[in-house]
Design a protein around this ligand. Structure first.
Ligand SMILES: [Fe+2]
Ligand SMILES: [Fe+2]
Length: 377
C-alpha cells in the first residue's frame, strides 16, 4: 500500500496546483475553465448574510448570571453522570458546566480559525475559478464566525482557553497540507461535521438566549460548507481505487479518534477540574467506572448525538464501509443511519435561520430549502 501523496483529482472542478505555484493561475486557458458545480451555493451567499459586529443581528451586551445559572442543560453534561456529581455542591456544578462550555466554545473558535485559514489555502491551490470563488466566500464566512465566537467568549469569560494539543495538531496538519482530499475530508467533512453536531446540540440545550442565537446564525453558513464537502465526495469517492479509498477511510477514523479525545478526555480539561477542586486523574477513574454501568453508558450515548452529522456524512459519502462501521457503532446507531435520507439534523435549524435573515435583510418572506443546494446541474 503506497501512501496517497496526490490530490486524488477525479473531477476537473477539484484540480489543484502546489500552494506556491501562482504562475499556474495566470495560465490564459485556466480562466475560462469554470465548473458550474458550485454556482448554486455561491449565489446563495447573500441569502444568509449576517454581521456579528451589528446589533441588528446579534447583541453581545445581553447579560447572563454566570455564577447562578447553567449556560446549558446540566442533564447533558457527561461529568455529572459520574461520581463527580457526588463531590460537588450546586454552585460548583454550575461552575463546572459553564467552564466546560468555555472549553467547547474555545475549541470551536480554534476550529473556526482553522476553517478560515484552510478555506483561504484552497484559494491558493484550486484551479477552477468557480471552486476558488466558493472557497473565498467560505473564508469570509469563517471570518465572521471567528468574530462571533470571539465576541461571545469575551462577553461571558473575557477570553478563550488554549487549544488542546490533540485538536491543535490536527488543525495545523489540515491547514498546512497541500493535498486537496486531506483538506476536504479532514476539514469540510470531519471538523465541520462535528461542529455542525455541536452547534445543533448547543442550540437545543442552550439556556443562554444569546448563545442560542449565535448558534443559529452560524449554522445558516455551515450548512453550505458541509455541502461543498459532499459535492467533492460525490464526484471523487466512487471513482478512486480501493487502496486509495481504504486509506481515506482509515485516516478518517484516525481523525475521528483525535477529535473524540479532545472532546471527552479529562486529561485535556485538567484546568476545569482543578477549578472545582478535583484531580483530573481521579475524574478519569470515575469515568472508567461509570462506563461499566450500562444505564450510564446508554445515557452518554444519547448525549453523543454530537457525532451524528459527522458519522452520517462519512457514511453517505462512502468513506465509512463495513471495514470501520463497527468502530463508530459505539457512538451511534449505525443501522438507523443507513436507513435515513440525506437531510441533516442541522438543516431545519439553518433553514429557519435563513428565513429570518431574508426578512431582516429586506429580501422578503419566502420559504427556503437547502435540499437542492448540492445538485449542480
Ligand atoms: Fe465556521
Ligand atoms: Fe465552516
Amino acid at each position: 500500500m503506497t501512501k496517497i501523496e496526490t490530490n486524488l483529482t477525479v473531477d476537473p472542478a477539484y484540480e489543484a496546483v502546489a500552494p506556491d505555484d501562482f504562475p499556474a493561475m495566470m495560465d490564459v486557458e485556466r480562466y475560462g475553465k469554470r465548473s458550474n458545480a458550485f454556482d448554486k451555493i455561491i449565489s446563495a451567499t447573500h441569502d444568509h448574510f449576517w454581521d456579528p459586529m451589528d446589533k441588528k443581528y446579534v447583541d453581545f451586551s445581553q447579560p447572563f448570571d454566570m455564577e447562578n445559572e447553567y449556560l446549558v442543560d446540566p442533564n447533558q453534561n457527561t461529568d455529572l453522570k459520574t461520581a463527580v456529581a457526588d463531590k460537588l455542591d450546586e454552585k460548583q456544578k454550575i461552575k463546572l458546566v459553564n467552564l466546560d462550555v468555555q472549553w467547547s466554545l474555545s475549541s470551536i473558535l480554534h476550529g473556526e480559525a482553522g476553517a478560515l485559514a484552510l478555506s483561504a489555502s484552497l484559494c491558493h491551490i484550486l484551479k477552477d475559478p468557480g471552486a476558488q470563488e466558493y472557497a473565498a466566500n467560505q473564508t469570509r464566512e469563517e471570518a465572521r464566525h471567528v468574530a462571533g465566537f470571539t465576541n461571545y467568549i469575551k462577553a461571558r469569560w473575557g477570553k478563550p482557553v488554549r487549544v488542546g494539543p490533540a485538536l491543535g495538531n490536527i488543525l495545523t496538519e489540515l491547514v498546512l497540507s497541500p493535498l486537496v482530499w486531506k483538506k476536504i475530508v479532514g476539514m469540510q467533512m470531519l471538523v465541520e461535521g462535528l461542529a455542525m453536531g455541536a452547534f445543533a446540540t448547543f442550540y437545543k440545550d442552550g439556556r443562554d438566549p444569546l448563545m442560542v442565537k449565535l448558534m443559529q446564525l452560524t449554522m445558516t453558513d455551515e450548512a453550505f460548507h458541509h455541502k461543498f464537502g459532499k459535492i467533492w465526495a460525490d464526484r471523487t469517492i466512487p471513482h478512486i481505487n480501493e487502496d486509495e479509498r481504504n486509506q481515506i477511510e482509515d485516516w478518517a477514523w484516525h481523525v475521528f479518534e483525535v477529535l473524540l479525545y479532545n472532546l471527552g478526555s479529562p486529561e485535556q480539561k485538567k484546568h476545569i477540574y482543578a477549578a472545582v477542586g478535583l484531580d483530573w486523574e481521579w475524574v478519569q477513574g470515575a469515568f472508567m467506572e461509570a462506563l461499566t454501568d450500562v444505564k450510564i453508558r446508554e445515557s452518554m450515548q444519547e448525549s453523543t448525538n454530537i457525532f451524528r452529522v459527522l458519522i452520517k456524512t462519512l457514511l453517505k459519502a462512502g468513506i465509512i464501509t463495513s471495514r470501520t462501521a463497527g468502530n463508530y457503532a459505539a457512538f451511534i446507531d449505525m443501522k438507523e443511519l443507513y436507513a435515513e435520507g440525506d437531510r441533516m439534523i442541522g438543516d431545519d435549524i439553518a433553514e429557519e435561520g435563513i428565513k429570518y435573515l431574508l426578512q431582516l435583510n429586506g429580501q422578503g418572506n419566502r420559504a427556503y430549502s437547502l435540499d437542492k443546494m448540492s445538485a449542480a446541474e
